[in-house]
Structures are given as structure tokens and as C-alpha cells.
Design a protein around this ligand. Sequence first.
Ligand code: MG
Length: 389
Amino acid sequence: MGRVKRIAILGSTGSIGQQALDVVRASPDELQIVALTGNRNLRLLERQIREFQPRMFCSTTRPDTSYGGEFLSLDEIAGHPEVDFVVVATAGKAGLSPTLAALKTGKTVALANKEVLVMAGEITVREASLHQAQILPIDSEHSAIWQCLQGEESKPQRLFITASGGPFYSCSQSQLSQVTAEQALQHPVWKMGRKVTIDSATLMNKGLEVIEAHWLFSFPFGSIEILMHPQSIVHSLVEFMDGSLKAQLSRPDMRLPIQYALSYPRRWPNPELPRLDWSKIHSLDFEPVDYDRFPCLRLAVDAGKSGGTYPAVLCAADEVAVELFLSRRIGFTDIAKIVQKTLEQHRNIAGPSVEEILAADDWARECAARLSLDHCAEPERRSNLGIER
Ligand code: MG
């Protein structure tokens, strides 16, 4: 048995953070929580701190009561010498700085946050290799690809990322324009946070995953394909030069990719993880993706290919648009329009620094908010959405 891994979970009160703690509960002899951080859900963070007694913690609002642990910043926790392994499960750009802090101190980072690699893939991968630090994927698709690559010495030729298609994959263009926030929040397979659930419905999430795969596996965009697979049993596939394909299959449950990252290079038993019941699986379907009905996907892949500050602008504009959609200010199909217009107005910076990336993020938020105000000002659109003045 190896040494106990000392783990910091950044974003422990979110969906992935809570599931990571489930995995830790299942393997208490292998894993030790040394730091937990939350955003605004202080009550849950408090409960987690009481249960796991971490040495360090952080939250947006500094709690009134003393927990006994040390209150540190995300960056201080990520770079702390008593931490071996950092799970980055924070949402949005807040994950970037602590990820870099962890990599600079040679720690292993298990990445659930998409924005880090999408916004700053080049910098993140460079820091990892400079400090011989490892980045392990937690996303189910990237974990599947990573698992398929184990034991292979030859580089694969193509990666196939699977997509369930979300709740509206069979909807027509006009049906899509009528979709409400309540409908969009009902994902048929995965239980996730609100932002990623909407991104899954627009397929923006899949586009972001293509950019992540490009950086994680240093793979050209032209060789990463998307396959629609509504059952979400095959989590991705890898094709080798001899035409052989490998796939990873399991019931859709995020605890499996989380546990694989934590147990790597070993596998651990966990009776909590569900097994596939073949008597209930009658077929596994695959079909090529329809880029036309889901323009966010193309916008994301194109932003990834163009590189520079475009991917950061894409992420920021999408975050603003999704928030506006959830608060019923814009329609479902307006999300892509606002992201596209913001990208069109952006002046790209090639090979940007972290500061330039964050500045592009700020610019894109303002631009997207301004564009959506103009957009919402159209009277017909307002009445369609039931927006009252
Ligand atoms: Mg995914």
C-alpha cells in the first residue's frame, strides 16, 4: 500500500466536490482531506469541515465561528507543502490561479474545472511540464480517453468524444427557440450544476471538452470527433493506427472518474459505484453530431482552433448568456447568438499572458452584457419571453 494521499478539494460544496468527498469516505485508508474550500454555501462547508477536520479551509465569506483549522487563500492552499493532490472543482475562472499555484509546486492536479484548460490551456500545460506536475482529468469523457490510453505506447489517430445530446437533441430549430430554463435544467442522464446543465443542452459543454482534450492529450483539433450517444454508457473512444478502437464503458456516475483520478495508477474497489446491468441495455446508439442545430459547438471548436484569447472570450460570454437565460432575460437560442457576436467583436491576442486572458474575460463579460441588453430591447422578443418592464 502506498502513502496516504493528502488532498485539497477546491470547491467541495459543489456537485463534483461533494461526489469527491463520497469517494474519500469510501477509501479512508488511502485518502486524507487536508483542505476544503467552498464558495457561498457556508452551512454545507461547515458540515464538511466538522466531518473531515481539514488543516486548512477557505470560503468567500469568512465564517464568524472558528473551526480550528487555518483560513488560507485558494492559492495558498493549492501551493501548500502539506498538500499532495489538488482536486480543482471550482466553477469558472476562479480555478485558474490555484491550478497554476499547485502545478508550480509540482503537485498533481485533478481537474474538473473546464475553464482552466479552455481559457489558458497553453500556459497550464507548459507549467505542468516545467515543474513535472501531472494534470489528471475528472471529466467522464477525458477520463475515458485517459483510461483507454493506459498501456499504449503508440499515439492514437483519432479521439471520439461522446455526447448524450442533452434534453433537446431531437428538437427542431423552432422548438429550440421556445425552450424554457426549467426544461433546460432537466438533464436526462447526468445530475450536475446549473451552468454545466445548460451548457450540455446547448452542446457548448461538448465544445469546451474538445478544447480540453486538445490540451490534455496534445491532440490536433482535426482528429477529435464528437459522437452522439444518448445512452451515455460509452464515455469516449480512442482509435489507433491499426484501426482498432478502445472504449471505456460504465454507468454514468461521476464518482468513477473522480475515484480513478484519486486511485491512479491503481484501481480501488468501491461497492457504492454502480455496475452495468446488461439485461437492461438493449442497444448502444451512435450518430454524427448536427453542428447546425447546435451552433455553440461550432463556436467553441472554432475558438479553440483560433486560440489566443478567443477561448477565454467564449467562456465568459457563454457564462453571461447562460445566466441571462436562467433569469429569463433571453431565449435558449439567443445564448449562441450572444456568444457569436461577442467573439466577432473581439480583437484576439496570440500567446496571451494570464493577465491578458483575464482582461479578455472582463472585456467579454461587458460586451456580452451590452449585446444582450440591445437584444432584449426588441419589444417582440420581450413579450415572447414574458419579460415585464
Ligand atoms: Mg463531460
